[in-house]
Design a protein around this ligand. Structure first.
Ligand code: BYC
Length: 481
């Protein structure tokens, strides 16, 4: 079968010759009804009968892999798509560097590999669950379509991980695949595995921040997994990254459009002080200090997703050749890291200091530093919108010690700049940096749907271009309830 083209005949579109792989095909077909039940129970509330203008992957050819059309979400073609196999690919790092990439699970690393795949898989349905209620307050049909696009693709990413579990991990893979449908974001007894995926995404500002910050963690982790010596994981995550780019686009432009509308409204009203919250909120837009607070919250929650500063898990996964660094193939070193150090911010005797640490143990931090640089580039693009309006305000990212729940800084409190605070000071001052009840209520009050084609809620501006170059008044979702 041509790897570029997808077999659309069966229940599960795929480019892995599922038709010939009876065991895996059966396992996936058995898993499918549970997935659909989960989608109805935990996927977008309402709109399941609506026609949504969605992108579906129909090929893995970088030049034209997707087609756009109206689809009812439950009928979306979730499938299994792997980037083309690189001929004669070698394991690019770790102790097996230079050996032939694995096409089957290396027995000695089975448990470690399964854990990485399960954690990755768990985040995908979790985010759909978190975004379940956003539809009814969407600021436009364009945005409504975008959240649904993100949701169906996260669903497909779950399929991608489930395929790996079913194909390569036998009975325990099947059990893990079932468990991925059982855990629930925020559930007191059966929560999702990583902290940020148990938080709420209660409003559209949170959604845009989530897709900017948390999906960007997704990008970094997928990039690291795409370097894997286990070739099926590498190929799967490489194709997932193609879809992931749109999710970050939704977040980045969502916040940029929010900021733009605020600056525009301030200008029209002649308000020059960006901190005059009361006056700005009277205009029905989101003041920039509140945007900053939301950024602080989502950035700090996403930093937690990189794990501990010093991690033997990360060192073992790299050493084994399972999880590499960001763009490992572009780095110029020995790709083994048995020697050498990496500077890591640590808590030493009550102070935050940079400490040289064995490079292998510091891999989570290396990935996190690359992540922070990537976030900063996006934040700079937001600031350019603010500058364009001459508003004296800049969005900044807080210190990595701020508001942490995983790693060294989980045990202390720090302010925005990383200055340590006592528990009492933190309680007294945290509202300066994190959204408080007043901010939440204000944002909530703006969350009213706007479903007229071409119209946008008053707190956000229209996008510069439509999806698939559609005109401004295109009906991205035909709502039939
Ligand atoms: N929450 O050795 P350490 C995405 C646990 S997002 C709870 O530092 P490690 C997406 C850890 O499990 C990307 N527990 O951990 C985005 C370990 O437990 P055990 C998702 C945590 O393994 C938006 C212990 O603490 N993909 O795709 O080096 C929408 C020791 O920690 C947390 C991946 O994450 C936490 N935050 O690093 C949709 C890739 N952090 O083993 C999708 C796969 C740590 O002692 N995962 N712990 O019981 C990994 O690479 C790593 O497991 C982690 C953690 C980076 C998550």
């Amino acid at each position: 079968m041509n790897i570029m083209n997808v077999d659309y005949d069966g229940l599960i579109p795929n480019n892995v010759d599922l038709g010939k792989d009876v065991r895996v095909k059966k396992a996936l077909e058995k898993w499918h009804p549970g997935f659909i039940d989960w989608w109805f129970d935990m996927g977008p509330e309402g709109f399941q009968a609506s026609d949504v203008y969605l992108r579906t992957a129909v090929s893995v050819d970088p030049k034209g892999w997707a087609k756009f059309d109206y689809v009812k979400m439950p009928e979306y073609k979730w499938g299994v798509l792997l980037a083309p196999q690189v001929e004669d690919r070698k394991i690019p790092f770790g102790v097996h560097k230079g050996e032939k990439a694995w096409q089957e699970v290396p027995g000695e690393y089975r448990a470690m590999l399964r854990r990485l795949i399960v954690i990755q898989g768990d985040t995908e349905p979790a985010s759909v669950e978190q975004q379940r209620y956003l539809g009814k307050t969407a600021p436009s049909l364009y945005d409504l379509r975008n959240v649904f696009q993100v949701n169906v693709e996260e669903g497909r990413h779950l399929w991608a991980m489930v395929y790996l579990l079913q194909k390569y991990f036998g009975a325990d893979g099947r059990e893990e695949a079932e468990a991925l449908l059982q855990r629930r974001s925020g559930h007191p007894d059966t929560p999702r595995m990583l902290g940020a995926f148990n938080e709420k995404t209660p409003d559209w500002l949170s959604f845009f921040m989530f897709t900017f910050f948390t999906d960007r963690d997704g990008k970094m982790q997928l990039e690291a997994l795409s370097q894997s010596g286990f070739d099926p994981l590498s190929r799967t995550t490489r194709f997932m990254l193609t879809e992931e780019a749109h999710h970050m686009f939704v977040g980045e432009t969502g916040i940029a459009r929010t900021i733009e509308r605020t600056c525009e409204a301030m200008k029209t009203a002649g308000i020059t002080d960006p901190n005059d919250k009361a006056a700005i909120r009277k205009l029905g837009v989101i003041d920039l200090p509140t945007v900053q607070k939301k950024a602080n919250l989502h950035f700090s929650l996403s930093l937690d997703l990189f794990g501990n500063e010093i991690s033997t898990n990360a060192a073992n996964a790299f050493h084994a050749g399972l999880k590499g660094r960001y763009r490992e193939d572009k780095l110029d070193d020995d790709h083994q890291l048995e020697k050498g150090t990496y500077p890591v911010l640590r808590l030493v005797d009550g102070a935050i200091v940079k400490q040289d640490t064995p490079a292998l143990s510091a891999l989570n931090m290396r990935l996190r530093d690359d992540y922070v640089a990537d976030c900063n580039a996006g934040v700079a693009r937001w600031n350019r919108v603010i500058e364009k309006y001459g508003v004296p305000f800049q969005i900044k990212l807080p210190n990595v010690a701020f508001h942490r729940h995983i790693g060294e800084f989980a045990s202390i409190h720090a302010d925005f700049d990383g200055k340590l605070l006592s528990d009492t000071e933190w309680e007294k001052r945290k509202g300066e940096w994190l959204p408080d009840d007043d901010d939440r209520q204000y944002i909530e009050s703006l969350m009213r749907s706007e479903f007229t084609p071409g119209k946008y809620a008053g707190w956000i501006s229209a996008p510069k271009v439509g999806i698939d170059n559609k005109p401004g008044d295109f009906e991205y979702v035909k709502i039939h309830e």
